[in-house]
Design a protein around this ligand. Structure first.
Ligand SMILES: C[S@@+](CC[C@H](N)C(=O)[O-])C[C@H]1O[C@@H](n2cnc3c(N)ncnc32)[C@H](O)[C@@H]1O
Length: 303
């Protein structure tokens, strides 16, 4: 089976990530693709300092839009997952093929997730994946789909289609030599690549208002400020940043070009679903992204 694509000539989304991610940016795939094409960035290293499910990064890699990706996450469990899939895809696949999908197994994996040595990448990475696929909404600290008594409409295996997941892991294994996985603070990753003319950074940090308890949030006001300092001072790398549309973002990046966007545009939900994309100075903003942003402004959205 090929990666799941929408049946159009220019897919909005190419789903390769085995992780479900609250707020996942797989849907940003088509916008990033047009930025990469318009700016001829294909041969650069595409860097996600806040990778999470890395939905956009993997979609861009397997569809040939970029040649190499660097994915980073400070959460040691998310990092363990990526290292395990990239470095040990066969062992990981064997676990996916054979693991029980029961509440009893869920309890075991939960225990591993909480207590496994952080350097046992296969064990911790698999437990992270198991919980992500069997928990409600993929939230790692949540409970199993269907509840512990399995009386809900959907059961614990509802999001664990072994064949689909095995195919995604196989694909990642094929591309392993082009994927670098690290476990640093995102700001250090930005520092590392900021002066690298061969890098294109897409930063999707924890948001100001939406972060909540969905995933690890190692950010406070100073964190947002120091991220802005790093990006605003980047000399050579091109970069794009996405955030929630709040006044703080507009003041941190007041000197940069900013465009509004909405991942699931619908007239009555638009006020809620709004986000902002910030661009490094020499990046050309594709017309479709600019026009869509202007339309949101015309629709009366405040910035
Ligand atoms: C908004 S999510 C990224 C979502 C991702 N773009 C996707 O499509 O799945 C933010 C991610 O940043 C990670 N994170 C939080 N604080 C971090 C930090 N200081 N440095 C690096 N990663 C961090 C979280 O673990 C989480 O996975």
């Amino acid at each position: 089976m090929s990666p799941t694509e929408t049946p159009t000539r220019t897919p909005k989304r190419v789903t390769v990530s085995p992780l479900r991610y609250p707020g996942g940016k797989g849907l940003l795939y088509s916008r990033l693709r047009s930025i990469i094409r318009d700016n001829r960035l294909t041969s650069r290293t595409y860097v996600e300092p806040y990778a999470g499910g890395a939905g956009a990064a993997l979609g861009l890699l397997v569809s040939g839009q970029v040649e190499e990706i660097a994915i980073n996450d400070l959460d040691s469990a998310v990092y363990a997952f990526w290292r395990a899939v990239v470095d040990e895809p066969d062992e990981f696949s064997q676990l996916v093929r054979t693991v029980d999908l029961t509440v009893e197994e869920w309890e075991k994996q939960r225990e591993v997730y909480d207590t496994a040595p952080r350097d046992n990448l296969l064990q911790l990475g698999f437990a992270t994946f198991y919980l992500n696929r069997t928990n409600r909404s993929g939230v790692l600290n949540g409970g199993p789909i269907g509840g512990k008594d399995q009386t809900g409409n959907y059961k614990i295996d509802a999001r664990f289609n072994r064949d689909t997941l095995l195919e995604r892991i196989r694909l990642i294994g094929l591309y392993a030599s082009r994927i670098t996985v690290t476990n640093h603070d995102g700001r250090d990753v930005i520092k590392r690549y900021a002066d690298d003319a061969n890098a294109f950074i897409y930063a999707d940090p924890p948001y100001f208002e939406k972060a909540g308890s969905l995933y690890m949030n190692a950010f406070d006001g100073a964190g947002h400020q120091s991220l802005a300092d790093g990006l605003n001072l980047a000399k050579s790398a091109e970069w794009v940043l996405t955030y929630d549309n709040v006044p703080e973002v507009h003041s941190l990046y007041a000197e940069r070009r900013r465009v509004l966007f909405s991942l699931n545009y619908s007239a009555h939900r638009v006020m809620k679903a709004l986000e902002v994309m910030v661009f490094s100075d020499s990046l050309r903003i594709p017309a479709d992204i600019r026009v869509a942003g202007d339309e949101l402004l015309k629709a009366g959205v405040e910035v």
